[in-house]
Design a protein around this ligand. Structure first.
Ligand SMILES: [Zn+2]
Length: 172
């Protein structure tokens, strides 16, 4: 089981669910996609402190990680409801800088497992998810019409031995 190095489970789930299951955090970690959890830690490694939920510290964010199926906030079929999405509030960089880094270098850590991001005008947080989008063929999906460049399609390198004809590397 992968449990986040930088985040307590309270930062990833809403308060009522935490109250019910905090004695068994591994059950709560089971709600999440493992690559989404790894990506969250990798973003923290690169960009410094990230706020996901902060209700446990008296803040107002409680639905930035996992969301219940009947949650009225956000999209009806949000990837947050399948444990594949996080809304990251960075304290040292702007979310738009992170989206631009992703567009520039999509195949490097911490971006290589991200399949979709949201980019709406003035969006102050970084929503990423690992939802069912065929990134290998179509590139990272940018949802919204914000400033984030769409140039996230996987680029062919001149090194032919890298992934082989049909990308038989890690993304195959
Ligand atoms: Zn989100």
């Amino acid at each position: 089981m992968y449990t986040t190095r930088h985040f307590d489970i309270a930062e990833l789930v809403p308060p009522d669910l935490h109250r019910q299951w905090h004695h068994a955090p591994e059950r709560l970690f089971m709600l999440f996609d493992i690559t989404a959890l790894r990506t969250l830690d990798a973003l923290r490694d690169r960009y410094g402190p990230i706020v996901v939920n902060n209700w446990h510290a008296g803040g107002s964010f409680r639905l930035s990680g996992w969301r219940p199926w009947d949650c009225a906030e956000g999209a009806a079929l949000s990837q947050h409801k399948t444990g594949r999405a996080f809304d990251c509030k960075f304290t040292r960089v702007h979310a738009e800088e992170v989206r631009e880094d992703l567009a520039r270098t999509p195949d490097t850590a911490p971006f290589m497992d991200i399949r979709r991001v949201e980019s709406f005008g003035g969006m102050q947080w970084f929503h990423f998810d690992t939802g069912n989008h065929a990134r290998e063929q179509a590139g990272v999906l940018v949802v919204g019409r914000g400033a984030t460049p769409k140039a996230t399609r996987r680029t062919k390198t001149s090194n032919a031995t890298d992934t082989g004809r049909h990308g038989q590397g890690r993304n195959a």
